[in-house]
Design a protein around this ligand. Structure first.
Ligand code: ADP
Ligand code: MG
Length: 575
């Protein structure tokens, strides 16, 4: 095969693909430019998820006509001059690629006016279009308009999601940058719908209140620690505010929102034992390190970084988080989250904090249900099973007809609730509980959008949510079979789980409803680590034995493990 040098426009498109992957990456680059220009207000508008149009308007420094002429050339930047500047980057941008990349894959028009100038200028440029520059009126600042992203680039446009999906990504990106900059006023509008309106505020907590709601923000625990030149500061969510995703873990390093596995790991270990598997805390962590100790030029999209000494940073973050959590929860705490360090001898492992949502099982309902079901067609073998205790507040020990049985209390309860809910749904009479006092639910705006989009699905399952505005919803109805087992945090968690289930790719309606039912049951089921009375244990076992298949959950996870009398006898040498 003959080697050929690519024509420049094709080479530019390929390079652009690394920087601009989807509308959200375009929005991110434009916002970074606005922040680098020291803007105080940034307004973002998108149409069709940003595929048809993205507009970012700022009130920053602006550009001269000479700069405007140059700004879309590849490797044109005002932020780096010499090699050594790469070692101490203070701006969000520095590669001089974003505008050039955008001009290769979309029609771009930029209107800008220097703070000090009387007039502004406008530049129009796009793939295969000669750039034109003309005088234009504008208040000081810059507006960048991106139209028809990837329209001339089918290889990329094929991989774009629906406008709704793309708008989630844009929302998440704006939200991350807005959290990093409370002193900047933000707005984000998708078509006619506001996704964020957040005037400048004094501190991160107020910004989080704008995004997650005031009740959530109030409960965050502040922390700050400086050690060996590393400044760590932030807000830690109490374990009850758990999420079923990691999206609400926000790491900001020298003002730049980043993803970093090392820091995620540290958060995981700081909360270890306070959260059950598959749930994550809400945390905001600002890290400030000398710029020469972190490499931000790891990835064309600049959302990953490399610390020169990651361990020192991780240990400082870990110590800061631990202090925050220890100040609120009397947890015996380990010296440091010991990133892969063995625990010093003699220390006790952490225990869960006293959970505010520890509710006893609703055993009345459970045993009533099992009585009803027993009266029906199924003859239950439950009578011959006796709950004899709980192991680690997680497993029930049961004397069964043939030996010892160990029951996973969470999976068992989940399965009981799921089967009941499923039957009520199929029978078309899913009893609902109406709340006299509706429960407030607070959601970040991207989650709010999902809930709104699927309101009718949720309603069919007995979950009725009214939009209250600003990401706050009022939960008015809930499936009766589950309502009594939930607290406010439980409801919030259930709704988070529903959002997660809704986000779970495309599938048919039945599959979606099935996932939603399963999420509801899981959120309502008693968790591992909950102490149950003997009566509750027995009620759970009785209810479990009325199921068609009490041994396995639909995903194949066992519910009951059995140790036969024969085997016990053999092991003890009785035979
Ligand atoms: P980089 O941000 O890496 O320098 P970009 O392609 O994003 O590269 O931008 C090129 C240059 O255009 C920037 O260095 C800056 O001088 C100028 N610029 C871009 N956007 C703005 C803006 N909103 N306000 C002022 N100047 C801008
Ligand atoms: Mg830039």
């Amino acid at each position: 095969m003959a080697i050929r040098v690519l024509p420049p426009d094709l080479a530019a498109k390929i390079a652009a693909g690394e920087v601009i992957e989807r509308p959200a990456s375009a929005v991110k680059e434009l916002i970074e430019n606005a922040l680098d220009a020291k803007s105080e207000t940034i307004d973002v508008e998108i149409e069709d998820g940003g595929i048809a149009r993205i507009t970012v308007r700022d009130d920053g420094e602006g550009m001269s006509d000479d700069d405007l002429r140059l700004c879309t050339a590849r490797h044109a930047t005002s932020k780096l001059r010499r090699d050594s500047d790469l070692l101490s980057i203070h701006t969000l941008g520095f590669r001089g690629e974003a505008l050039a990349s955008l001009a290769a894959v979309a029609h771009l028009s930029i209107v800008t006016r220097l703070q000090t100038a009387k007039d502004g200028f406008r530049l129009d440029v796009g793939p295969g279009v000669e750039p034109t520059l003309a005088p234009a009126g504008r208040a000081p600042g810059t507006t960048v308009d991106v139209r028809r992203l990837f329209a001339s680039f089918p290889a990329r446009s094929k991989f774009l999601g629906t406008p709704r999906t793309e708008s989630f990504h844009v929302g998440r990106c704006v939200h991350r940058l807005a959290v990093a900059t409370p002193d900047v006023g933000w707005s984000l509008r998708h078509g006619t719908r506001w996704m964020l309106r957040a005037p400048a505020v004094r501190d991160p907590r107020e910004r989080l209140a704008q995004i997650y709601g005031p009740e959530t923000a109030r409960e965050l625990i502040p922390f700050a620690l400086t050690r060996s030149g590393i400044e760590v500061e932030g807000l830690a969510g109490p374990p009850e505010l758990r999420r079923s995703h990691r999206r609400d873990q926000l790491f900001i390093v020298n003002g730049r929102p980043v993803s970093d596995r090392g820091l995620s790991y540290v958060v995981g270990s700081a909360y270890h034992g306070m959260l059950r598997r598959g749930t994550y805390p809400l945390v905001l962590i600002h890290v400030r390190v000398p710029p020469e100790t972190v490499d931000v030029n790891v990835h064309p999209r600049k959302d990953e970084i490399r610390f020169r000494e990651p361990r020192v940073v991780q240990e400082t973050v870990s110590a800061a988080l631990q202090q925050a959590l220890a100040s609120r929860y009397a947890v015996p705490h380990l010296a440091s989250a010991s990133v892969a360090e063995p625990r010093p001898a003699g220390t006790t492992p952490r225990r869960s904090p006293p959970s505010r949502e520890r509710l006893p099982l609703d055993f009345d309902r459970l045993s009533q249900a099992s009585r009803e079901e027993k009266a029906g067609e199924k003859v239950s073998p439950a009578g011959s099973r006796r709950a004899i205790g709980q192991l680690r507040e997680t497993y029930l020990l049961v004397e069964g007809p043939d030996g010892l049985e160990i029951v996973d209390q969470h999976v068992a309860h989940e399965q009981i609730l799921h089967v009941r809910l499923q039957r009520q749904y199929t029978d078309g009479d899913l009893p609902r509980q109406q709340f006299l006092l509706p429960v407030r639910i607070e959601l970040p705006f991207d989650d709010a959008e999902r809930i709104i989009a699927h309101r009718d699905h949720l309603e069919r399952l007995g979950v009725v949510l009214d939009e209250f505005g600003g990401g706050t919803f009022l939960l008015r109805e809930y499936p009766a079979a589950l309502a009594e087992q939930q607290t406010r945090y439980g409801f919030q968690e259930a709704i988070d789980r529903l959002v997660e289930a809704l986000a779970h790719g495309q599938s048919g309606e039945q599959a979606l409803l099935g996932r939603l039912l399963a999420s509801l049951a899981c959120a309502a089921a008693v968790t591992a680590g909950t102490s149950l009375s003997r009566i509750e244990q027995q009620a759970l076992v009785d209810a479990l034995m009325t199921l068609e298949d009490p041994y396995r959950c639909p995903h194949g996870r066992p519910i009951i493990l059995r140790f036969d009398d024969d085997e016990l006898a053999r092991r003890f040498g009785r035979r």
